[in-house]
Design a protein around this ligand. Sequence first.
Ligand code: HEM
Length: 148
Amino acid sequence: MSSIVLGLHNLVRWAVFLLALVALLRALKGINGGVDYASNAKRSLSLYTMSVHLQFVLGLVLYGVSPLTRHAMGDMGAAMKDPGIRFFVVEHPMLMLLGVIAATVTGIIARRGPDDAVRHRRAAIGIALSMGLILAGIPWQRPLLPSF
Ligand code: HEM
């Protein structure tokens, strides 16, 4: 069970990146004005946000079933002293939570902008921030693709 969820969690990360990149490029395209925000950029940002929400839920499930986190829960004091374990118990989930919040709040703030250029600019800044937090929280030392 835990290896299936871990494999999915590994794979969905690439969907998150791809959708983040598309959303960022679409937002940047409209920054100078003359591009309707509601047609493409808004939909791309929604898709990106949905993908991070899905990844977040997978992460929560993984947190409950992973042997790594279950073992850590047995002795939190020792887990906090081990940087490798602390990363998955505290740092990874916290950075990802901030990344998810940034993506969600961006969708709300961007669509409330007074005109399309401002909406695109707000979306571009928020997506870049969210992506930065998520990229910083990825365990790059782990496999880039899952082995089911
Ligand atoms: C957008 C959000 C997230 C991304 C992109 C992401 C990405 C990843 C990646 C790439 C791995 C390594 C997978 C592997 O080794 O095959 C991983 C591991 C892990 N993630 Fe996430 N994650 C996210 C959110 C979360 C959240 C919110 C939690 C917990 C609440 C979480 C818990 C974990 C745990 C516990 C592991 C290690 C599990 C193990 O080795 O048994 N993740 N994550």
